[in-house]
Design a protein around this ligand. Structure first.
Ligand code: SIN
Ligand code: CO
Length: 398
């Protein structure tokens, strides 16, 4: 990778403005090709789409018909007409080697990363002008593609096909041809349109950001089972000014009830579980491993690695906001948060003595016995067994 100033990118561009990063990948080699992509699009559980635009006549006046075929796609000959794009979602879960495309963007935390979508477009193809709600790094693979990006604004939405949300048009502030290894970063809300100048591959490293409603869902889901689902009380109530009046004091007590739930350890867990959710299906190994088998394998030097696309989360305990809230409310400080890590919506506990091993595990390091001077505890290896039996981590055969 070419020298890239991460600090400068974060302070000047991230979530602020689009930028073309020329030669971001030096000598970019596609880790996948259109045939691999077509293979993935045939799978039932993989999310794929094929979009085509068939011009109405031989005169290139821009009129024609858009078609959308949702995967799985079996008969490519029938659907690949005109200028077409095949898009496959979450390729990072299925193809080990695409991890190298995501790697340079790991300066952004796992919980913000969504997935890697890969598209193959034929000459003149594109998905039309549109606006995404997410940050994206568009990595140019083989071929050339012309990208235009406009400023955020009120644009008229059009649906040239019921499954296709586009905008009518925009004035570009970026209009550039990307070559293999170039990257275009686009923040949410900036209209864009990419047109293939020849057969080309595009890798979209996409990010997610929760809406308040989503956070509130985690809160209410947690409260359904938690004993901190307290009920409002008002002993010592003062006489109201009228029976219709909800006193401001009542409103702040009600809000405080919610704030106390938000500041609980239970909600921190719920939040981290939800942020770690990747919708990964469990792929258990053919034969489930026992804790003992994993411990013996580990001792004998077997290596263990995360399955493609698995991204764990961990936190370091209290943050400043919780500290301040704790001071105000006088509640005891949160204590247990830093003994857990989270994978695909699940929480896993660990002993403090295994901290160094856990840090390596959640950072996707290859684990093997001599990696650290002190071996992990049996409890750590039992957790590793659970991760392996869920298909989140893998036993690497020599
Ligand atoms: C594409 O890869 O064709 C579309 C990417 C995007 O505009 O978000
Ligand atoms: Co887009």
């Amino acid at each position: 990778m070419k020298e890239f100033d991460v600090e400068q990118f974060l302070s000047h561009y991230w979530q602020q403005k689009p930028v073309v990063l020329r030669g971001f990948f030096e000598d970019f080699k596609d880790p996948i090709d259109e045939h691999d992509l077509a293979g993935l699009a045939q799978e039932e559980e993989i999310d794929s789409r094929l979009l085509s635009f068939v011009s109405s006549d031989s005169v290139a006046d821009g009129t024609g018909e858009w078609k959308v075929h949702q995967g799985p796609i079996h008969d490519f000959e029938a659907v690949c007409e005109g200028a077409w794009t095949l898009l496959v979602q979450s390729v990072d879960r299925y193809v080990h080697d695409v991890a190298d495309v995501i790697e340079p963007f790991r300066f952004l935390p796992n919980w913000r990363l969504d997935d890697l979508m890969v598209s193959f477009a034929t000459k003149n193809a594109g998905v039309g002008a549109h606006i995404d709600q997410y940050d994206v790094f568009l990595v140019q693979g083989k071929g050339q593609r012309r990208w235009r990006v406009g400023e955020p604004g009120q644009y008229k939405e059009v649906f040239p096909h019921p499954k296709l949300r586009q905008i009518e048009g925009f004035d570009p502030i970026i209009d550039e041809v990307l070559n293999p290894g170039d990257v275009l970063y686009i923040p949410p809300g900036w209209p864009h349109d990419g047109r293939a100048l020849e057969d080309c591959l595009t890798y979209s490293v996409g990010f997610r950001a929760p809406e308040t409603a989503q956070l509130a869902d985690s809160l209410s889901l947690m409260l359904e089972t938690s004993d901190i689902n307290l009920r409002f009380t008002d002993a010592g109530r003062r006489l109201s000014t009228s029976s219709a009046m909800v006193e401001p004091n009542d409103i702040s007590t009600l809000k405080q009830q919610l704030i106390a739930a938000i500041n609980s350890d239970d909600f921190t867990h719920a939040l981290l579980e939800s942020l770690s959710e990747q919708g990964l299906p469990e792929y258990p190994p053919e034969h489930l491993y026992t804790d003992k088998q994993i411990a013996v394998g580990f001792e004998e030097g077997i290596e263990f690695a995360p399955a493609p696309g698995v991204r764990a989360l961990i936190t370091s305990g209290k943050d400043k906001a919780t500290d301040e809230a704790t001071e105000e409310t006088g509640q005891t400080a949160s204590s247990l948060i830093d003994s857990y890590f989270y994978v695909n919506g699940e929480r896993f506990s660990f002993n403090r003595e295994d901290e160094a091993w856990v840090q390596l595990l959640v950072n996707n390091e290859l684990l093997y016995v001599n990696l650290l001077p002190d071996p992990p505890s049996f409890a750590f290896l039992a957790t590793l067994t659970t991760l392996i039996n869920k298909g989140y981590w893998e036993w690497i055969e020599a």
